[in-house]
Design a protein around this ligand. Structure first.
Ligand code: SF4
Length: 139
């Protein structure tokens, strides 16, 4: 039978509680949280689950990666993102200017300089010159 001294007992308790606390800190630390990566609507460059989830959300709001290309070829944009609806001019905002980087949901974390984050697709970064049906002017 193994004899455990009081000193060894406390050393073991300290080791396991420290290891547990450290693991908890690492798992819950923002520093170790997965950083969002640029969305890939084609799924050719990214095949991970996070991108798949982002694409599903993006398609539901008609997101496209390039507004200028979508204006030139709306059929191709609709093929890539079936819910996409061509933009129209809105009070003071020409359709061609309704890109992510002019949208109120862009850079929702209020980072400086601005980051290509979107409140509606938070698990991925969006293309600054992309757009979607939920575009709304910054106020
Ligand atoms: S930033 Fe705006 S336009 Fe771009 S995907 Fe998000 S909601 Fe749509």
């Amino acid at each position: 039978m193994k004899v455990t001294t009081r000193r060894n007992f406390f050393k073991q308790v300290f080791f396991y509680t420290s290891a547990g606390a450290l693991t908890h800190l690492l798992v819950n630390s923002e520093a170790f949280a997965a950083e969002p990566m640029l969305i890939d609507m084609t799924g050719l460059k990214r095949k991970d689950a996070a991108n798949k989830g982002c694409v599903t959300t993006a398609k539901s709001i008609g997101y496209v990666e390039d507004l200028a290309a979508a204006i030139k070829d709306p059929a191709a944009a609709k093929k890539a993102s079936p819910s996409y609806m061509p933009h129209t001019d809105k009070a003071g905002h020409k359709a061609a200017t309704q890109t992510c980087d002019t949208c109120m949901f862009y850079n929702y974390k209020k980072a400086t300089p601005a980051q290509p984050t979107c409140m509606l697709i938070p698990a991925c970064l969006v293309h600054a010159k992309g757009t979607c049906n939920s575009w709304a002017a910054k106020t």
